[in-house]
Structure formats: structure tokens, C-alpha cells
Design a protein around this ligand. Structure first.
Ligand code: C2E
Ligand code: MG
Ligand code: MG
Ligand code: MG
Length: 288
């Protein structure tokens, strides 16, 4: 942008990167305290199974209950801690809370899944497999498939040899794997076919554009077709309206998340919501 601004470009103060830099310093100064004071909290967004008409599970999404700034979303701090020592600490906190929730569900005879988002740098690090093993071994083998690890498609493309090996090692622990924000990276069909993942999450951008933009709908349709051929389940994210829901069902999509059904909520609220969830039989396409 500075270059486009013309001959005086180098004298123009780059506000955006200035604030990013200040934000980064502040985050790195405070995140250690945040972890030890338990200021980080996972919210849970229900994942709906349209076919079986049930809540299939929850995705854990991190929030920072900041003492001065209120509740912060991941966009304001997660990127800053990537490739620092905190990525591992936060990553382990997230995975282990996911395990704790699954154990609590099992104690109540609930079979919800829990999806957790992996930190790219933790996933690619030498520590990841042992960290994951330590967490997953707390789960009985019979319910390990209910832990779903979400890896960004762009991360999966990073170091394909390492990624492929790590994903196989994860699978050997019996957990499931999901490719998040699919469609925003450009993984080759051959690589996609070989990735040992059980689930694909269609990026929100295609879902939100699909009613106005037939190209976006074509992408959604193509991902559904491809995933069907490769026997992966597909989750549509960012479903905000009944129109989007209906279109996705018409295209054969069976799973989705979005504000149309429920926002990410504190754990207890999400669980209460899920237990009360009922799809009115009289009007099968409406869930409100
Ligand atoms: P994601 O994994 O793709 O999660 C979906 C994001 O879309 C979440 O944003 C969610 O709140 C939001 N969302 C869900 N339904 C709707 C909808 O209908 N409309 C709109 N506009 N948005 C919707 P959030 O919580 O801000 O998280 C953003 C990203 O941060 C996540 O994208 C994920 O990549 C990352 N993230 C979140 N929690 C964690 C975590 O614990 N660890 C790591 N490593 N990454 C996380
Ligand atoms: Mg995700
Ligand atoms: Mg996503
Ligand atoms: Mg995303």
C-alpha cells in the first residue's frame, strides 16, 4: 500500500502495522499472566446434523476475558502468539479442555463430539505428538473418535511431508481430523485425496456469498461432490440465514454451524442449548 501511495510513500506512517506492532507487544506482555490467571476461556458453538436432526457436537472457540478490555476474540491475539512459547501452552490448554469435556459427556452418557482448533506452529513442532498423546491417553479408546482436531487447509499445505506424517500419527491415536477453512488454500486434488482427514469444513466466505454469487455456490457444490467421492463428511460454516440453510440442504450438505442455529456460547449455556434442541416435526426445514 505504501508503494502505491506514490513518491512520498516512504514518509507515510504505516498506521496499521504500527498498531499491529503495539498490539503484539502488549499481547506478548500479558498472555503469560492470562494463562496463569485462567483468563482464557473456550466458548462452544453447536454443530448441527441436518439429516439426523440433532446436535452432533461442539466446536471450541477461544476467548480472552481481558481484565481491562472485556471479552476479546481470537483475531486480536492468537496470531501474535504463533511461533512463540505460548502457542504450545495455549494449544495444550485447548486440547486438554476438549478432553475434559468429552470425559464429562461420557459421564452423562452424552455422545457429543468436541472439535478443537490446532495452533499451526504447535502442530508443526517437535512437541505436538507427545503433547497430543498425553492428552488423548486420558480418553478411553472407544470415545477417542469424538475428539476432532481442526487443522487449517493452509497449514496442511505448509510442509506436506511433516503434515502427512503427523496426521497419520494423530490417526493412530484414534482421534478424528478435520480440514478447516477449506477452499481458501489451494491444495492439489491429489494431495487432498491422500490426506488422512475424515471431515472438511467449507470456508464461511463461500457459504455467505453463495446465494448472490453462483460461482461461490459452484465451489460449495464442488467441495460437496469431491468430499463425497473421497468419503469425507462436510461441514458448512457461517450459516446465518434460513435461506443459506435451505440451499445447503438442497445441495446435499448434512452438517453445519452458524449464527442461524447458535452463536458460540459459554460451555454451560451451549450444553443447555443442545439438550433443549428440537427440530419441529411439523416444519422440518425450520429449526426456530
Ligand atoms: P474457525 O475455526 O473457522 O471458526 C469459525 C469462526 O466463525 C469463529 O470465529 C466463529 O465464531 C465464527 N462464526 C461461526 N458462525 C458464524 C456465522 O454464522 N457468521 C459469522 N460471521 N461468523 C461465524 P472466532 O471464534 O472469532 O474464531 C476465529 C478463528 O480463530 C477460528 O476460525 C480459528 O481458526 C481460530 N481459533 C478460534 N479458537 C481457537 C483455538 O482455541 N485455537 C486455535 N489455534 N485457533 C482458534
Ligand atoms: Mg475451526
Ligand atoms: Mg473455519
Ligand atoms: Mg476461520
Amino acid at each position: 500500500a505504501a508503494k502505491e501511495a506514490g513518491k512520498n510513500a516512504y514518509t507515510i506512517f504505516d498506521l496499521k502495522s504500527h498498531f499491529n506492532r503495539k498490539e503484539r507487544v502488549r499481547v506478548l506482555e500479558q498472555i503469560g499472566r492470562a494463562v496463569s490467571n485462567k483468563e482464557l476461556e473456550l466458548y462452544y458453538q453447536p454443530k448441527i446434523d441436518f439429516k439426523r436432526r440433532v446436535v452432533e457436537g461442539f466446536e471450541a472457540l477461544i476467548r480472552w476475558n481481558h481484565p481491562e478490555d472485556g471479552v476479546l476474540g481470537p483475531g486480536s491475539f492468537l496470531d501474535h502468539i504463533e511461533y512463540t512459547e505460548y502457542a504450545r501452552a495455549v494449544g495444550n490448554m485447548v486440547i486438554n479442555e476438549g478432553v475434559d469435556r468429552l470425559l464429562a459427556f461420557a459421564g452423562e452418557n452424552l455422545n457429543y463430539s468436541v472439535s478443537v482448533n490446532l495452533s499451526p506452529s504447535h502442530f508443526l513442532s517437535q512437541f505436538f505428538l507427545q503433547d497430543l498423546t498425553d492428552a488423548v491417553e486420558r480418553l478411553p479408546v472407544s470415545i477417542r473418535h469424538r475428539l476432532i482436531l481442526e487443522l487449517l487447509e493452509t497449514t496442511a499445505m505448509d510442509d506436506t511431508q511433516v503434515v502427512m506424517k503427523t496426521l497419520r500419527d494423530c490417526r493412530n491415536l484414534e482421534v478424528e481430523l478435520s480440514l478447516d477453512d477449506f477452499g481458501t488454500g489451494y491444495s492439489s486434488l491429489d494431495y487432498f485425496r491422500k490426506l488422512p482427514v475424515q471431515e472438511i469444513k467449507i470456508d464461511r466466505s463461500f457459504v455467505s456469498d453463495m446465494l448472490e454469487d453462483s460461482d461461490a455456490e459452484s465451489v460449495v457444490n464442488a467441495i460437496l461432490g469431491l468430499s463425497n467421492s473421497f468419503r469425507r463428511r462436510v461441514v458448512a460454516e457461517g450459516i446465518e440465514t434460513q435461506g443459506m440453510h435451505e440451499r445447503l440442504v438442497a445441495l446435499g450438505c448434512n452438517l453445519g454451524q452458524g449464527f442461524y442455529y447458535a452463536r458460540p456460547m459459554r460451555f454451560n449455556d451451549a450444553l443447555t442449548w443442545a439438550k433443549a434442541f428440537a427440530w419441529p416435526a411439523s416444519n422440518p426445514d425450520s429449526i426456530v
